[in-house]
Ligand binder design. Structure first.
Ligand code: GDP
Length: 527
């Protein structure tokens, strides 16, 4: 196999999905630390508070101290190249976060042992399961008293519909935390609270090995043995196929802040997580090992440097190898173009890419030529699947204050829609027509107002609407006819697809009962 194909095979591109405060920053730091990408754990955390990072941020982001630095972090570990896609977790949660997941080949779901499956994890999980990618679970904060591990597994099944295969299992928890037992490799990693990252590993002959008796008090040991027996007898067995399709999640326990259990997780992840996976296009499946370089834009980051109003378009390389000076076909606009100084990101540094392979993410300087979902290919005119839209959670009617500024207002709205920061709808069959903006995270409204003001000199009027759910609808003609006549709050999306807006889930469920022939889709992926 050509060496560039080995490069592709050695790659793992994944995202960490979690609810704020579960420990994503901490876990990312430890992973980068193992890869030698940062010298001291703590460097990633710093970025949240950093005033002057590598480039200047948007003012609003500076004020709020939101990190927009690294959209992807890379490191090498034991001959593998690992790309971690960053999914913003706090107030800056947005549709971007969902879309970023379309660039990942697998995901790590991070769960706080005391809190279990939380709201944001559930939303992000849904996007991953829609694509059927493998999900690895890390249950964090075992150094504190958390919930019963069986209860957590049950919750994962009830709320997310995924079965678990615990690869390791905790011996005690909180004050009583002794370590983890690796069921797969039959070894124990002892936890030493005084120096937690110094892991002592002991191979054992099952759970009744005398080496365990020496260190665990009889009551705790008996409980632990019973748990393992229960897992062995009644739990799901290791099943490569079910893990690959995202039906079964390998589960790991540990404590990210103590750097305990992280390496155990990382080693299994290296072995089990998929190498870059190809993508469907309108002309068939594109294999990552194809000679033809191709990729798609999944995220556009504006204002990397406000002085130049430049933007960076993030491309997931789907196939082949990138080399400097390459010409590609911009399929949507039918133009051949040279890729300008693609950038890669390492923690907070940026550097010019010399070579990159399927599975990698590169940042392209974007003078305004790219849209979310665009396909670039060295040769051919195929397009990758359309990037889905997801239901916004906040809606506002929007208009420009000064009618003279109408043109630049419209231009700004279009631009921001293309970047994927907002979704734009127009009311259906209502006179006069009204424009409605939908966002996933409420902060996007502020970003919208700020940018229209600053970049397009357009002052806007925004009126929040009491709506929180959007569903893309379709169904047989007759049913649709009745539905569109009777249902209120209908709108058209940017591609003139019909969307029904609801105040809440309750209203949505009422509509589902009332119109059983209509399908209500959570995202625009179905078309
Ligand atoms: P994020 O919001 O998911 O990025 O979470 P952070 O990594 O910022 O962590 C949130 C808080 O949880 C911080 O105070 C961390 O120090 C703490 N934390 C992270 N991992 C652990 C852990 O294993 N045990 C305990 N006790 N605290 C942790």
């Amino acid at each position: 196999m050509a060496t560039w194909k080995n490069e592709i095979e050695s790659r793992k591109t994944f995202a960490i999905i979690s609810h704020p405060d579960a420990g994503k920053t901490t876990l990312t730091e430890k992973l980068l630390y193992f890869g030698g990408a940062i010298r001291e754990a703590g460097s990633v955390k710093g970025k949240k508070n950093q005033r002057h990072a590598t480039s200047d941020w948007m003012e609003i982001e500076k004020q709020r101290g939101i990190s927009v630095t690294s959209s992807v972090m890379e490191f090498n570990y034991q001959g593998h190249r690992i790309n971690i896609l960053d999914t913003p977790g706090h107030e800056d949660f947005s549709e971007d976060t969902y879309r970023t997941l379309t660039a990942a080949d697998s995901a790590t779901m991070l769960i706080d042992a005391a809190k279990g499956v939380e709201a944001q994890t559930k939303k992000l999980f849904k996007v991953c399961s829609m694509r059927g990618i493998p999900i690895f679970t890390f249950i964090n904060k075992l150094d504190r008293q958390g919930r019963d591990p069986f209860e957590l597994m049950e919750e994962m099944e009830d709320i997310l519909g995924i079965r678990s295969y615990p690869v390791n299992w905790p011996i005690g928890m909180g004050q009583d935390f002794h370590g983890i037992y690796d069921r797969h490799a039959k070894k124990v990693e002892w936890f030493n609270p005084d120096s937690p990252s110094q892991t002592e590993v002991v191979y054992v002959n099952g759970t009744d090995d005398p080496k365990l008796k020496e260190r665990i008090d009889p009551q705790l040991l008996a409980a632990f043995q019973e748990e393992i027996e229960l897992l062995d007898v009644a739990g799901d067995a290791y099943d490569e196929e079910r893990i690959k399709s995202g039906e079964l999640t390998p589960v790991f326990f540990g404590s990210a802040v103590s750097n305990f259990g992280v390496q155990n997780f990382l080693e299994y992840f290296m072995e089990w997580a998929p190498a870059p996976v190809g993508r469907e296009s309108d002309q068939g499946f594109v294999s990552p090992l194809s000679d033809n370089f191709s990729g798609f834009i999944f995220k556009i980051q504006a204002n990397m440097n406000p002085k130049h109003r430049d933007r960076i378009a993030f491309m997931r390389i789907t196939s082949g190898k990138y080399s400097p000076g390459m010409q590609v076909n911009h399929v949507r606009i039918g133009k051949n173009m040279k890729l300008h100084q693609p950038t890669q990101f390492l923690a907070k540094d940026r550097s010019i890419v010399q070579e990159a392979y399927a599975g990698d993410i590169i940042g392209l300087y974007d003078p305004g030529t790219f849209r979310i979902g665009d396909t670039l290919a060295e040769s051919g005119t195929f397009s990758f699947e359309e990037m889905p839209h997801f239901s916004p959670e906040h809606f506002a009617a929007i208009s420009v204050k000064d009618a003279m500024k109408h043109k630049s207002f419209e231009k700004g709205l279009q631009q921001l829609t293309e970047e994927g920061a907002i979704q734009l709808f127009k009311t259906y069959q209502r006179v006069p027509e009204q424009q409605i903006v939908g966002v996933v995270g409420v902060l996007q409204f502020e970003v919208l107002e700020h940018r229209l003001n600053n970049e397009y000199n357009a002052h806007i009027k925004m009126e929040n609407l009491p709506l929180s759910v959007a569903r893309w609808v379709d169904g047989p003609a007759e049913a649709m006819n009745t539905f569109t006549r009777k249902q209120k709050n209908l709108a058209l999306d940017r591609n003139d697809r019909l969307v029904a807006l609801f105040e809440n889930e309750f209203q949505l469920n009422m509509a589902k009962d009332k119109y059983p022939d209509i399908s209500f889709h959570e995202n625009s992926y179905f078309v």
